[in-house]
Design a protein around this ligand. Sequence first.
Ligand code: CA
Length: 230
Amino acid sequence: MTASKILIVEDETPIREMIAFHLARAGYETLEAPNCQVARELLADERPALALIDWMLPDMSGLELTRMLKRNSENDDLAIIMLTAKADEHDKVTALESGADDYLTKPFSPRELVARIQAVLRRAAPSDGETVSAGTLEIDTAGQRVTANSREIRLGPTEYRLLKFLMTHPDRVYSRTQLLDRVWGANVYVEERTVYVHVRRLRKALGAEAADNYIQTVRGSGYRFSARGH
Ligand code: CA
C-alpha cells in the first residue's frame, strides 16, 4: 500500500516544515504550499488524499479556499482539516460548514495532528470489514449490516449507501444535488426528488426517534447527519 499524500497549506515556513517533518516520520508523503495558488496547482497535479489548510493565508483565506475546492466535484474525495488559531465555537462551525472534515486549533501536538489525520482518512474510506459507528448506530461494512442499539435495521441498497455516506461525513449540510452526486454518482440521471424519497425511507427504517435525532433537515439547504448529544 502506498503512503497517503498530504498537502500542507501554511505560509509560516517553520510551522509548515515542522508539520511536514512529523508527518513524514508518521509515514506520510508530504507536499508543501505557502499559499492558495501553489496549493491549487499541487492539488491538481498530485491529487493528495488530504489537505491541511491554515485559516490565515496571504492570498485567500483557508476558509475561502476550502469552499472553492468543495464546490468542484473533482475534489469530492479530498479530505480537509482546517488549522486555526481561533478557538471559538462559531469558527469551528464555520470551518465544518465550509466543507472541512475536521479542524484543529493551534497550538497542537504532532501526536494529536497524526491522530486526527488517521481518523479523517479512515472515516473517508473505511476499509472492508471496518465498523463505522455514530451514537447508537453501527455499520458493519463487511456484512453490510446496520444496527441501532444492537437491533438490526433492514435497509435497501440505496438507503444503506446513503446512511453510510452520511455517517462518514457527519455534521455537514448536503444539498439534494450534492447527495445525488456523492451517493448515486455524478453521471447518473435521477431527479432530486429521489433523494427526498430515500431519505424518508431511511428515516422510517431507523424509527422515528433515531431518525429525527440523526438525520436533520436543514430548511432550504438539505440534510445533515449528526450524532452529537448521543
Ligand atoms: Ca498562516
